[in-house]
Structures are given as C-alpha cells and as structure tokens.
Design a binder for this molecule. Structure first.
Ligand code: MD3
Ligand code: FE
Length: 217
C-alpha cells in the first residue's frame, strides 16, 4: 500500500518522470490493474505457452516469450518477424484482453500519444538469471507509434542508450507496476535488461513479467 501511495501524486495521477526525449515513466500506473493483468497473462499462457526462442544466430534466449493480439513477435533461425500465428501451434495468437488495451491506451495518452491502438503485445518472462541484451525494436511498420511497456513482479535494471549502438547508456530501475511509454526520438533507442537478480515478489514469486504493446502491422 505504501508503494501505491508513493506513486500517486496530489491529483491522484501516477507520478510521471521524463527519462529520455519522448519517453515517460509512469510510476505505479499498472498497480490498479495488477490482478486483472496477471489473470489475463495466465489465460494467454494456457493457450500460447511461454517458450524460449532461438535467435537467427542460433542463441537460445534466456527470456521466455509469448504474445497476444493480431500479431506476435517471433524469432527463429530465419530471422525476426511479426507473425499472425503462433509457430508452435499454428493457431492465431490469443486475443488481446480489454484490460491490456485500456491500460496501454491510457498510458500512451498520459504521455502525450493519443489514439494508441496496439495490435500486438509481446509478453516476456524473466526468471532470475535471465537478461535481454542491448537492441532496438525496429520490426514494426510505423515508428511514429510509441511502444508501451508494463513491468510486473521482480524489479530489473533497465538500460537505454541512443539511436547509435555506441551511444552512452543510462540505467534505470523498473519496478512492479511501472509503465514506460517510448515515443518520438526515444522510439528507436537501444535498450536492454540486465540480469534479473534472485528474489521473491508477493504476487509473482520468482519472476519478472514485462508486457510491451506495439502497433506492429
Ligand atoms: C525503448 N523488453 O520486449 S521494456 C522488448 O523489460 C523489450 O522485457 C524489455 O525490450 C523488457 O523489446 C524492456 C522497455 C522498452 C520496451 C520497448 C522499447 C523500452 C524501449 C522500445 C524502444 C525504446
Ligand atoms: Fe525491446
């Protein structure tokens, strides 16, 4: 409850913090939705289980992933892409739950991006020891649309740099309930997640879940 209170400002809105040009961190924005979000993740994962995908270079990712929405981000030996079907089952990805859409659109609007209508949500699961190396999200069609990310469970040190891979990198803690909207110049910034440390979260146990909402198609 203290966490929730700390993250709410005098007007009842989540504390916002500009962390890069076009990028806004909304502290605790997802907390009112936590139960509904986690229930929805369980329903999605029952239909499209988390799996560790293979990169084009043959590396098995430490982060386990699944998707919902009209398209899902996948990687295999042939490359990265958005696919309307789950390659493991051949079926369409589970539909995007209303609570996902509502939270993503609300957060985007609060950050100054009205009308955000994601058609894809990549769901990342980090067990302690998992990490995501520095990369850009550039498989989407329209970079004028932001990406909205929601962090749940164990905290992580998030790192982001600039448009060039060699640009200086900053570190930021992302905690349970934090929502970040990445638009404008920051949309193509390099970013990654340092190795998640062991710990136990009251709701999620030994894991971190991250949702990233994208207008992909
Ligand atoms: C900055 N996920 O799924 S969320 C990803 O915590 C991804 O699982 C991380 O990077 C995670 O692609 C980081 C924050 C994030 C997401 C997308 C961005 C930051 C971003 C896109 C552009 C710039
Ligand atoms: Fe990314």
């Amino acid at each position: 409850m203290d966490d929730l209170f700390d993250s709410i400002d005098m007007n009842g809105a989540p504390a916002r913090e500009g962390i890069a040009e076009g990028a806004v961190l909304l502290h605790g924005k997802a907390l009112p939705y936590e139960t509904a979000l986690l229930a929805a993740v369980d329903v999605i994962a029952a239909q499209a289980p988390f799996r560790r995908m293979v990169t084009p270079s043959g590396y098995v990712m430490s982060v386990a992933m699944t998707n919902c929405g009209r398209a899902g981000w996948v990687t295999d030996r042939t490359g990265y892409r958005y696919d309307r079907q789950d390659p493991d089952s051949g079926r369409p990805w589970p539909a995007m739950p209303p609570v996902f859409r509502v939270l993503a659109a609300e957060a985007a609007l609060e950050a100054g991006y009205g009308g955000f209508a994601p058609d894809s949500c990549l769901i990342n699961r980090y067990l302690p020891g998992a990490r995501l190396s520095l990369h850009q999200d550039k498989d989407e069609r329209d970079f004028s649309q932001p990406i909205v990310s929601v962090s749940l469970g164990l905290p992580a040190a998030f790192q982001f740099g600039g448009v060039k891979r060699k640009d200086a990198v900053k570190r930021y803690p992302l905690r349970h309930g934090d929502v970040v909207v990445w638009g404008g110049p920051s949309r193509l910034f390099h970013h990654g997640v340092l190795t998640v440390k062991d710990g136990t979260h009251p709701l999620l146990g030994r894991q971190r879940i991250n949702l990233t909402f994208r207008a992909a198609l």
